[in-house]
Design a protein around this ligand. Sequence first.
Ligand code: UDP
Ligand code: MN
Length: 297
Amino acid sequence: NTQDFHNIKQSRMIYTKPQILKPPRCDVLMMTPWFAPIVWEGTYNSEILNEQFRQRNVTVGLTVFAIKKYVVFLKTFLETAETYFMVGHRVNYYIFTDRPEEVPKVALKEGRNVVVLQVQNYPRWQEISMRRMEMLSYFSQQRFINEVSYLVCVDVDMRFNDQVGVEILSDLFGTLHPGFYTAERRSFTYEHRPASQAYVPSDEGDFYYAGGFFGGTVTEVYKLTKKCHEAIMVDKANGIEAIWQEESHLNKYFLYHKPTKILSPEYLWDDNLGTPEILKKRRFLAVPKNHAAIRNK
Ligand code: UDP
Ligand code: MN
């Protein structure tokens, strides 16, 4: 049901026509060399996209992990998601936690549900972060495949600050890391040790993708998370951990399985980086955290 766009008849809608000689943005790259759109404000029409996805009655799963102390981020995360995430569409929030009793009750709009999934914790924050790949692959196959069309997998130490809608959806999507979108390849912090399964040679790489925002159809997210989890387990057996844990494995995966859509840093921003001219919206923002007080607690 994800490729049924040809069955959709758009209803009458008034908007200015696209102009072949006037691209909507000239200051940023709008398309990768493999013809995947890069999503920036001003490049798409939400009205057209919303109509297409509403006709398909798409349900989107938003997965988030709140293990140990990180449950403190859930209230703001969920409240802001109710205001800005996939407004007008069906949404299931999948909250992975070891503390189900500490999941806040947040008022939900129609067509939106919270599902709490109790999972184990681990002593090290790096392990908690990496094990998300294992849990996402397991639940994709067990449950999500029967309940949603797309999965959106994000960090919890975040708040929505502007619209994040169906313009992000595609078979497989990743997000440009806000710290590296203008960087040269040599500055990308890929795993550079050949002993790791996440190894990327210094003369390869398209973009540096963020670990905190990726997704796609359930089938594609299953393939991605399963492959990354298996690579993480091989590394563990070999006594090595990739420099940026699962983010390193995600970057290796996207190098050889090119995403079909890429989200600009509008979708994962940190105000510590200021607000550059090209950034017309700050849709999803890092919530400052005291690492000493929150990690390994
Ligand atoms: N996480 C968690 N509990 C922890 C550590 C991490 O739930 O003790 C989850 C949480 O969803 C968090 C994500 O793993 O957003 C990634 O960790 P973190 O946000 O600390 O990484 P950073 O964004 O600082 O690189
Ligand atoms: Mn984070």
